[in-house]
Design a protein. Structure first.
Lengths: 152, 176, 660
């Protein structure tokens, strides 16, 4: 654990500089593009908050190669992710799946926005009740003018 | 309570602090294994030493075993090594060694130097077996029962405390 | 000896801070002018003492005094002088010392320039500042003493991580801290206002410049960090939604909201309670960042070595500072009543919308950053929240924000005319549509181009909308040019500042969109003499040779970039191996143009005469850096507004001597 704790201190960054290597790249550009997209969603476990695409750690490289092998073998993106989730758990996914444990995460921003909207609504409603000096609408102005004319 | 709105920020903050207090004791860098309680992945590795066999799936079906991933270049492996030697000497449970991404000659010298606690040692040269087992660094150890089910996992060096609290009770329970 | 003086100065500073925390506060309560006046003198003493401590540590770094544990761990005699000095704040203890030093500078600034503040307010502000100082000084002295001596000093130091030996990063932390700590001013003013039970336009006028200054520093600090990541890490990324980045981004979002809500308080005497809360939250988020980075609660790529004892201490400080202020808010907040009224469609309404979106954004970032902790603490296992999440939720929040940014400034106060404003923005709408269409056509209609087209349309909308607003102020093309010129010269700094910052946001969005959508990369093995095509240019590796730097060895590659056979530029990236600590780094070589950066990295030799190279074309990246610089500049211009100038009311008073 000691060694791993020390890892967190910048080391991950320093090794990050050379991620995807030429010898890993697939010949088929479409497959390679898929591998990149998948790689960006997978967390490099040893270096914490980096994707395997951004990391030079040995494990990240192994995982990149596995992703590419699976793509070549015809696996779908979700099959590849499932394979790794089966071994490392949801932790390996940088894009957390939508499930009970992450409902609050994914719906949170919506809830927050809704709260913000409600606060604004309440604010304006209260302001509306307190507003005695609301300017007159066109119709009201006309009505007022008509009244004045009548009296005058 | 007319002024509940003004108390709300304080309440939210208090909840956050609760999580932070809890968080100070958590290990955010440790990845729990989804394999616990599930059948151990395949294990077919060539032997490291001429004198000891390598590893095969059958090795996980004979009784309780401790599968330990180690490497000569790994500092923390040295920390747990005396404990592994002790476990082997007391014959508590056989230890199956998986030599992770190592040079065979280095591994041999390391074992000759520090002692060899392993019943069998397989060579995981490209680290594939480790990934199958959900290993993300060495050392890591798995306790596997006679049916090949993973009972417990240690991430990082096995310390006496971990061994006594999480591994020994399970071993005693099974060997009753 | 000097280190001991530094340590002693810190101890003395703690006592001075305690005096400054207590006496002025009590004095303000009792109306005792002498006790209140202690605040200013104490602030000066505190500054001198903390400054002395900071100077002592800097001196130890400059002369490489390895008998100090801190210097031995983080410096090395062969390091260039700039990095010896920046090494002072490149570690936990030193960075905390920088924190309190900056805190003392701000405290001194209140004492020195706060002559026009009501004495009670000033005394209370200084007292709150000193309370924060006390906490940090205790933290340093009890858990993180930078002056600890080693019994057996090593012959040389461990050195600073070579990645950090970089000009961009040398200045990144100081600016960041100037921002974080600068927000303590708004916080102290908010607490003082809560104690006093009064918030008015004058209060907002005092708070705004401080907040604005802090915001400028923070903007520049974040920008420097991002820029550093871009050119130093070697794969062209500039923002990773890492917890540490988020820790700096949350106060920025909250601070931006605060700047806008303070305008409403100043002009219309509304949103007072909300502004007070924002001031508290903004600084709280700064403190939270400190906690997250140093406690080990959240995993991050870059964080200080964590220590549970320190984590507990910062948490205690967080509870005291934030908890204390929120209790005060709960008790005194309801007393801050009323204010001007306005309709949803109005200038104030748009500023409120900004606040709601910014706060939601800040809360969202907080949620994403802390979510792994929440799940783990509740026994739900480990989850990761990475860039895909943040991008997915952040963009939808920013779109309405940017749409409104062009509209808001055109609305009048109290009640605006949305239809009329939209008529004035016809040009912006047309150009936005044109930008989107152009992007779509030029880049070929792929699905990912759709998002990029949208991004560029937003950028064009905001930029042109801002210009329309600015031109409107000058009555450009509606009045004679001479009159527009006169109006231009009379335009207040705040108007300039707003136009520049809003336009800078457009430039920034353009850069983010371009660099995210159309990046081109070539990762391959190249032999000397080989040529590859990159974004319509021929890139030839002409040479690779070894170089020797002051504390590293380097392998330097030479790339010649040609367009149609004409040499455009020669780029020389390096792969360096530092001696102490022994660690490789990549030094990219970048050719920046208006439309994009040609970004080259040289890697290891493959043993067969080839080298691993990474060549990128990163479109419009320079727009981001220009955008951030413009944003900072806009803040500074606004800060220079005469109405904000701290001495302005004093001069007014001096002009009417008869009154006193």
């Amino acid at each position: 654990m000691i060694g791993r704790a020390a890892l967190v201190l910048f080391l991950a960054l320093s090794s990050a500089a050379l991620a995807v290597n030429p010898d890993e790249i697939l010949a088929d550009p479409a497959q390679e593009a898929r591998a990149r997209a998948v790689g960006r969603d997978l967390r490099c476990l040893v270096c914490q908050n980096q994707s395997i695409d951004d990391s030079d750690a040995g494990l990240a490289r192994d995982l990149r190669i596995i992703v590419r092998e699976r793509i070549k073998a015809g696996d779908s993106d979700s099959q590849i992710k499932d394979y790794l989730v089966g071994r490392y758990g949801d932790f390996v996914l940088l894009n957390p799946p939508f499930k009970p444990a992450t409902w609050l995460l994914w719906l949170g921003p919506l809830v927050l926005a809704a709260i913000a909207a409600m606060v604004a609504l309440a604010f304006y409603r209260r302001a509306g009740r307190r507003a005695p000096e609301r300017p007159l609408s066109e119709a009201e102005k006309k009505a007022l003018e008509a009244l004045i004319k009548d009296q005058g | 309570m007319r002024h509940w709105k003004y108390i709300l920020p304080l309440v939210i903050f208090a909840v956050l602090v609760g999580f932070f207090v809890r968080g100070l004791d958590l290990k955010p860098a440790e990845v729990p294994s989804p394999l616990i309680g599930k059948p151990a992945p395949a294990l077919n590795l060539k032997p490291l030493l001429d004198t000891k066999p390598g590893l095969a799936d059958a090795d996980l079906k004979g009784g309780l075993v401790l599968v330990n991933f180690f490497a000569s270049w790994c500092g923390p492996c040295r920390i747990e090594h005396p404990l592994l030697m002790d476990i082997a000497a007391k014959k508590i449970v056989p230890i199956l060694g998986v030599n992770y991404k190592d040079k065979p000659e280095d591994a041999k010298a390391w074992l000759a130097n520090l002692g060899d606690p392993f019943a069998k040692i397989g060579v995981d040269f490209d680290g594939r077996t480790a990934i199958d087992w959900g290993v993300y660094g060495v050392p890591e150890s798995f306790l596997v029962d006679a049916n090949g089910i993973i009972l417990a996992k240690q991430i990082g060096p096995m310390m006496q405390k971990d061994w006594n609290e999480r591994f020994l009770p399970k071993i005693k329970e099974r060997s009753k | 000896m000097i280190a001991e003086i530094g340590h002693y100065a810190l101890v003395l500073a703690l006592f001075v801070a305690l005096i400054q925390a207590v006496l002025p506060l009590v004095g303000a309560q009792r109306g005792d002018a002498a006790w209140m006046a202690v605040g200013s003198q104490a602030a000066l003493a505190l500054f001198l003492l903390v400054g002395a401590a900071f100077g002592a540590l800097t001196y130890a770094y400059v002369v490489s005094d390895f008998s100090l544990a801190n210097v031995a761990q983080n410096s090395h005699s062969a390091k260039p002088m700039l990095y010896k000095i920046s090494g002072v704040w490149g570690n936990h203890e030193g960075s905390l010392l920088l924190w309190v030093t900056i805190l003392a500078v701000f405290g001194l600034a209140v004492a020195a320039f706060g002559g026009n503040l009501p004495p009670r307010l000033k005394a209370r502000v200084l007292s709150v500042q000193a309370m924060i100082s006390t906490g940090f000084l205790l933290f340093i002295l009890l858990t993180s003493n930078p002056f600890a001596r080693l019994a057996q000093p090593p012959f040389d130091g461990n050195g600073l991580n070579p990645l950090l030996q970089d000009p961009g990063l040398a200045f990144h932390p100081p600016f960041l801290y100037l921002g974080y700590v600068g927000f303590s001013m708004a916080f102290s003013f908010a607490i003082a206002a809560l104690i006093e039970g009064r918030v008015d336009a004058a209060w907002a006028r005092w708070v705004r410049p401080w907040t604005l200054a802090a915001w400028c520093f923070l903007t520049l600090g974040i920008g420097l960090g991002s820029w550093w990541a871009y050119y130093e890490l070697g794969w062209g990324g500039w923002w990773y939604w890492d917890p540490v980045e988020n820790a700096s981004f949350m106060p920025w979002l909250a601070g931006t909201a605060l700047l806008h809500s303070a305008v409403v308080v100043e002009k219309r005497d509304a949103l007072k309670t909300w502004t007070i809360l924002l001031a508290i939250v903004t600084f709280s988020l700064s403190l939270l960042g400190t906690f997250l980075v140093r406690s080990g609660v959240i995993t991050s790529v870059h964080s200080f070595a964590s220590d549970p004892a320190r984590g507990l201490f910062i948490l205690a400080m967080l509870v005291a500072t934030v908890g204390g202020s929120l209790v005060l808010f709960a008790v005194r907040g309801p007393a801050l009543k009323g204010g001007g009224l306005f309709a949803p469609v109005s200038r104030e309404g748009s500023l409120l919308l900004n606040n709601l979106l910014m706060s939601t954004a800040a809360a969202t970032v907080l949620l994403g950053t802390l979510y792994p902790l929440f799940v783990d603490a509740l026994g739900g296992g480990k989850v990761s929240v990475g860039p895909p999440f943040f991008n997915a939720v952040f963009v939808p929040l920013m779109v309405p924000m940017v749409l409104a940014m062009a509209v808001g400034p055109l609305l009048s106060w109290k009640r605006g005319d949305l239809a009329g404003v939209l008529m004035r923005l016809k040009l912006a709408l047309a150009l936005a549509a044109a930008a989107a269409a152009l992007a779509w056509l030029v880049m070929g209609g792929q699905p990912k181009t759709l998002a990029a087209s949208g991004g560029l349309a937003l950028a064009a909308w905001l930029f042109v909308g801002t210009l329309v607003e600015f031109a409107g102020r000058l009555l450009l093309f509606r009045a004679p040019l001479a009159e527009s010129w006169t109006r231009l010269r009379a335009l207040p700094g705040a108007a300039w500042g707003m136009a520049i910052t809003h336009a800078s946001m457009a430039v920034l969005i353009g850069g983010i969109t371009g660099s995210s959508a159309w990046m081109e990369e070539k990762i391959q093995v190249m032999k000397v003499g080989e040529t590859v095509m990159l974004a319509g240019h021929e890139v030839t590796l002409t040479n690779v040779r070894d170089e020797r730097g002051p504390n590293y060895l380097a392998q330097r590659g030479t790339f010649v970039l040609k367009k149609n056979g004409q040499t455009v530029v020669t780029l020389e990236p390096e792969k360096r191996s530092y001696r102490q600590p022994p660690r490789p780094t990549t030094e990219t070589a970048i050719h920046t143009t208006f439309w994009g950066d040609y970004y080259t990295v040289i890697g290891d030799a493959d043993g067969q005469g080839g080298y691993v190279v990474r060549l990128y074309f990163n479109p419009m990246v320079a727009w981001m850096w220009v955008g951030i610089l413009m944003m900072t500049l806009g803040g500074i211009v606004s800060l220079a507004d005469r109405r904000h100038r701290i001495g302005a009311p004093v001069r007014k008073r001096a002009a009417q001597p008869a009154a006193t």
